[in-house]
Design a protein around this ligand. Structure first.
Ligand code: SF4
Length: 349
C-alpha cells in the first residue's frame, strides 16, 4: 500500500483509524509531539484484537495506522493486529522511529512483525538523526524494498527554507528515486516542541474545516476519539462531542455511526471550530482549544444541530470533504505540510 493511497483516504470519514499501541519510545526526540520516552502506558492488546474482530467486510476502515510512542516496541501485538484486521480486508501500516535500525539491520522479532504490514513509514529528521544515523535508516529502507514491503519517510522540519529539509529530501531522492515517497511536515508547537515551534494562527471566525477529524483514534487508554489532537489522545481533555467510544465496550460499526452522525463533529469538518464559535456569538481561543470548548457553548451546539443534522448536514459535510480532497494527496500536503515538498508524497504517475 503506497503512501499516496493512504493519504488519499485521509479525509474520508472512517476510511482509516490511528492506534496508539504504547506511549513508550526508546528515543527521546526534542520535537516529539507525544512527549514519548522510556516509560509510559500501554494499550490493552487483547481489547484491541477483540475490537479488530468487529470489523466486517462491509463496515471497516480501509487502513489501520499503528503509532505510539514506538509501535514496534510491541512487535507481537503489531503482527496480531495486522493479521486480525486482514481477515476483514483491512490493511495495516505503522509509523516507526526506526530505533531498531541503529546497527543497520532488523532484529528478527521486529522483522516478523514488519512482514505482516502493508506499509512501514520511518521517521527522519534532524532530531532522529542524533540517535539513529541516516545511513542506518537508508539500510533499513533498502531491506524493506528488497522484500517488496511498501515504505515511506515521515520527514519533519521547521519550514520551506529549512536547510535540513533541502539536504535530506535531495539525498533520499538521489538514493531511492520514487521508491521511497516522503511526507514532509512542519514541526508544530505540540509535546516537547510546545515551547519553541511556531504555529500559524487563524483569524477568529475563519471558515477552516478540520481535515484531521475524519479518522478515529484509539488512544492508549482504550478510548476512541474523533481526531489526533494530542491533548485529546493523551486524555488531558475528552469533551463528549469528540468521544466516539471505548474499545472494551463498543464495536467499529458503532464508532463509525457516531463519527458520521454527530452534528457538531460534522460541522467541525465542514466549517471548522472557529466559524462555529463565531456563529454562536463567542470568541475563539486557538483552533483546537476552541474546538475542545464547543460543547460548553449551548449556542454552538444549537447552531450545529440546525446546520449539521439530517440529509442537509450530510450534504454540506460531503461538499466540504470533496473540496478538501480536490487535487489529491499532494494538494493536501500543500495545505497541511510543507508545500514545497508536496509532490514527494507520490501518486502523480
Ligand atoms: S479542530 Fe477539533 S477535531 Fe480538529 S484536530 Fe482540533 S480538536 Fe481535533
Amino acid at each position: 500500500m503506497r503512501l499516496a493511497e493512504i493519504m488519499a483516504l485521509r479525509q474520508t470519514i472512517c476510511a482509516g483509524a490511528l492506534v496508539t499501541l504504547t506511549e513508550r519510545c526508546p528515543l527521546r526526540c526534542a520535537h516529539c509531539s507525544s512527549s514519548s520516552g522510556p516509560s509510559g502506558r500501554e494499550l490493552d492488546g487483547a481489547a484491541l484484537v477483540r475490537f479488530g474482530r468487529t470489523f466486517t467486510s462491509d463496515c471497516r476502515p480501509e487502513v489501520l495506522m499503528l503509532t505510539g510512542g514506538e509501535p514496534l516496541l510491541r512487535p507481537d501485538l503489531v503482527a496480531e493486529t495486522a493479521r486480525t484486521a486482514r481477515v476483514a480486508g483491512v490493511r495495516t501500516a505503522a509509523l516507526s522511529g526506526a530505533f531498531f535500525a541503529r546497527d543497520g539491520r532488523f532484529p528478527s522479532l521486529i522483522w516478523r512483525a514488519v512482514r505482516e504490514l502493508d506499509h512501514l513509514s520511518l521517521s527522519l529528521d534532524v532530531f532522529h538523526e542524533r540517535m539513529v544515523a541516516r545511513a542506518d535508516v537508508f539500510q533499513a529502507l533498502r531491506a524493506l524494498l528488497r522484500h517488496g514491503i511498501a515504505t515511506s519517510l515521515h520527514i519533519a522540519g521547521t519550514g520551506r527554507d529549512d536547510p535540513y529539509l533541502v539536504d535530506v529530501t535531495a539525498d533520499v531522492t538521489a538514493t531511492f528515486g520514487a521508491d521511497v515517497p516522503m511526507l514532509v511536515s512542519e514541526i508544530k508547537p505540540i509535546g516537547r516542541a510546545a515551547g519553541w515551534a511556531r504555529a500559524t494562527p487563524l483569524a477568529d471566525g475563519a471558515v477552516a474545516p478540520c481535515a484531521m477529524a475524519a479518522w478515529p483514534v484509539i488512544a492508549v487508554d482504550g478510548a476512541v476519539v474523533a481526531c489526533c489532537n494530542q491533548d485529546l489522545v493523551d486524555g488531558r481533555v475528552r469533551p463528549d462531542h469528540l468521544r466516539l467510544g471505548e474499545i472494551t465496550t463498543t464495536t467499529w460499526p458503532a464508532v463509525a455511526e457516531r463519527a458520521n452522525a454527530l452534528p457538531l463533529l460534522r460541522m467541525i469538518r465542514t466549517v471548522g471550530p472557529l466559524h462555529i464559535t463565531d456563529r454562536a456569538g463567542a470568541a475563539g481561543a486557538g483552533y483546537c482549544d476552541t474546538c475542545h470548548r464547543l460543547g460548553e457553548l449551548p449556542d454552538a451546539a444549537e447552531w450545529a444541530a440546525r446546520a449539521g443534522s439530517g440529509p442537509v448536514g450530510e450534504l454540506l459535510q460531503a461538499a466540504a470533504i470533496r473540496r478538501g480532497q480536490a487535487g489529491g494527496p499532494s494538494a493536501m500536503v500543500r495545505r497541511h505540510g510543507v508545500g514545497r515538498y508536496a509532490d514527494l508524497v507520490g501518486g502523480q504517475e
